[in-house]
Design a protein around this ligand. Sequence first.
Ligand SMILES: *Cc1c(COP(=O)(O)O)cnc(C)c1O
Length: 396
Amino acid sequence: MLIYTDNAATTRVSKTALDAMLPYLTEQYGNPSSLYGFARKVSEDVEWARETVAGCLGANYAREILFTSCGSESDNQALNSCAQLGARQGKKHLISTKFEHHAVLHTLRKLEKEGFEVTLLDVHDDGVVRIEDLAAAIREDTCCVSVMFANNEIGTIQPIAEIGALCREKGVVFHTDAVQAAGHLPIDVEKMNIDMLSLSGHKFHAPKGVGALYVRKGIPLMSFIEGGAQERGKRAGTENVAGIMALAAALKESCDHMEADAVKVTAMRDRLIAGLTQIPHSRMNGNMEHHVPGTVNLCFEGVSGEELLLLLDREGICASSGSACASGSLDPSHVLLALGIPRELAYGSLRLSVGEYNTMDEVDHILAVVPKVVATLRAQSPIWKKLEAGERPHLC
Ligand SMILES: *Cc1c(COP(=O)(O)O)cnc(C)c1O
């Protein structure tokens, strides 16, 4: 039995997405930039995809959507472009948060080395950024605010509409990494005053290797891949037509079924939380109110998250200790540390992210396996022995 509960890392390609892409891998192989009818049809289909994505995001114009190769590329282009254009106006200060994805954090670190100033806002222990903290951080020379829509490790949703309103009032460009939100949460770039938004197909059942960047009309965008005039000259390279068609079809399907899927997926998540927090000295990270439907993150004291994953893998359960991008490093998750969770506790983290393809039976299986595995690991743990002997205080 294989139970896949790592949907925040990537998702299975849906039948809808596969069906949408197949014609462009077989008969419809024309290059959208070519002028003959055979290829023009493909170009028109890409424009349908652009309109569809714009529609799902509440964007006014299809031309505000740029197709990229992934969420990371979208984040990189948004921040680099915003910074370079800000610098031209003497604005070299950017604001973001401590718990962003590394596609944002590493880009900001690079910009810092290039002479930009970056303020990273603290995240409160509920996994939510406070608007007052942002208001206090905005300066005359702030060119860009980037706050993720929903966090990829703990699933918490940020006050995006409030942040958008504040940035609009202050005349600062607002970018959001909505990779965990697109297809899972309602997004309206107009109502929420979002200026730039990143998303990635493989987080909502399109294939890997295709993403999009929304850029509000009137906001200049710099190109970082030079070459042909594709994507209005903002991103050279022959379009990944099959991927783009799949992304649009998958996003539309996710948005059409959003409410029903959210009810189903939230029920599974809540059952996981109710069951797993009964394990002694465990805690759920984040909060119960503002979260994406499927993601739950827990810490178990006296347990190594890495070892926990290995034992779960032996039981056929695919999970994560944080984000897939951070695994492989032995440092505890920067997200959990940003929440103020002590290092010792952050080492014992587990992220389960369920999706529409999971079932309650799988949830029940996880609820049967995890407590056993935690008990096994604790029985072998020197730290746990100290905790039980009262030589160290319990942290949760
Ligand atoms: C997965 C993810 C990314 C990166 O997207 P890719 O398409 O894998 O490059 C960026 N931000 C968040 C929040 C993510 O979850």
